[in-house]
Every structure is written in structure tokens, then in C-alpha cells.
Design a protein around this ligand. Sequence first.
Ligand code: PSU
Ligand code: MN
Length: 305
Amino acid sequence: MPNAHLKTTPEVAEALNTGGAVVALESTIITHGMPYPHNVETALAVEADVRAQGAIPATIAVMGGRLRAGLTHNEIDELGQRGEEAIKVSRRDLPFVIDRGGVGGTTVAATMIVSAIAGISVFATGGIGGVHRGAGSSFDISADLQELARTDVTVVCAGIKSILDIGLTLEYLETHGVPVVGFGTDMLPAFYTRESPFGVDYQIDSAVEVSRIIGLRRSLGLGGGMVVANPIPKDASMDAAVIDAAIEQALGEADAQGIVGKETTPFLLGRIVEITGDASLTANIALVRNNAVVAAQIASARSAT
Ligand code: PSU
Ligand code: MN
């Protein structure tokens, strides 16, 4: 049954109806994750990367009071130009943004929800939200983690960014039975770098194997999602000391300025880009594109079964 609040492009609808490969793409990365016009250029490049693998991209957002799966280039440009004027839409925000006819970029959590409603199994992004450093007193834990616990969508990302407490994020995912898979690695990548002090639950080296695990999770009725952590390409990875210093500085500024709630992650991401003078932006673009390719391969493998 199609959902009355969902508008799907004919191309995405056709692919879904015929069992074709579709990859969902999030849009908070467009509105709140990168500056204009890099956000729009990246979103369009990522769509092209998905197509180059023979899959159909479905950028997810809320526009004109509808959940959207698939956007035109003009709509992606509109989201990018609005930037932080658009609403950052997570699970709790969805009915309000629909009711008010607003425009919103969907977080990983909201993108998973819309993907599940649309029937899309695989989703590519840069990084997921997680347990923030200092969460013991701030209680700042991204709704993305609870969504992974409940919604069956596989999220391809570049690991966990060290603006977060990586260890606590892994503990949270473990508690909720969310597998963290390393794509071609036994080490959890840390977004800007290929390495972290943490391991993954399982290393998987092929899209076909990820697809098999998705199928097994479904036939067991396990529910919830899965994280596929795909390391940033070697030639794009950053110097750990440079990025760590920028992250420490951004965290200190957020604390000094009393930034809390949904503003925290966009503030940290924006400051890191400013402090590193675009080096982190270049890395971010490369890793998102790399994730889109892997997600498209997984979606194609699913489609072939
Ligand atoms: N991490 C990134 N880039 C991003 C985000 C996280 O490296 O763009 C965005 C994603 O949309 C993610 C959201 O779902 O931030 C998490 O926000 P919060 O921590 O407020 O839950
Ligand atoms: Mn938060």
C-alpha cells in the first residue's frame, strides 16, 4: 500500500516495483553538513556515482509537506541553498514538518524511516550520529542509534567520527543488537581516517556477502538495521593529528558557547571545515562518494536475489 504522505519519483517507483536496485541518500548532509555550493555538487555527484553502478539514487527529504524519495536537480539545489534555514528533521520532527508544509533535510534516523516506508533497503551517507563525548552528563545520544535498533535499513557510512565517543557508540549498538560490519577491514574506520583503536564485529569483503546477511537477518525476523563501515579511500584520508586537533578545538568551542541539542552536530561539522581550511571538506566528499558506490553494489546484489 503506497503511503499517502510519500511522494516517489516515477523512476524510483518503477525500480522498486520491478525489484531493481535503489539506494537512499540522506539530506541533512546537504542542508546542515556541508556549505553551499559544495553540498549540491556533492549530492549530484553521489547520485551519479550510484547510477554509474547501475542503481537508482533516491535522495530523501521533506518538501512541500510530503516525504520525498527521489528529488529533481532543482529540488536538490533548493535544499542546498536553504542550508540551515531548512529544518533538520529526525524521527520526532516528521509529523510536524509534514503538517506545516515545511522543507527539511532528513537525518540518518529520518532517512531510514522514509526508506523503510518506501521499501528501500540500503542507504549511503557520510557519518552516523552516535553517543557524544561527555554523554554521561549531557545525555547527548543521537536518535540515529535508536533508529538503527528498530528500523530495518542497512546504512553504509565511513565509520564513526571522533567528535563522538566511538567506544560508547559501539557499546550502545551492541546493546541493541545492531551489527557493525567493516567493509574490507577488521578495524572500525573513524570517518576522516581509515583507522581507529576499535575493531568491528565482522569483516565482510564483498557486496554479495552483505546482501546475504541482509537476507538472513530478514528471514530470522531480527528487525533493526545494520551498519556497514567503509573506510575513506587511502588517497583522501587525513592526517590523524590534524583532524584530531580540529575536533578538540571545535568541541571546546561548542562547550564554551553552550551549544546543545540538535545544534551540536551541525556546529561541530561546520567548525571542523572552517578550522581545517577545507581539507576536511575534500575528505568528506571523497568518502561519501565512496560509500555511495558500495551501497549501490549492495543494492544491486540484493536486486539479483
Ligand atoms: N555526521 C557527519 N555528517 C553529518 C551528520 C553526522 O559526519 O551530516 C548528520 C547526519 O544527518 C546525522 C545527524 O544523522 O548529523 C546526526 O545529528 P544528531 O547528532 O543531532 O543526531
Ligand atoms: Mn544530539
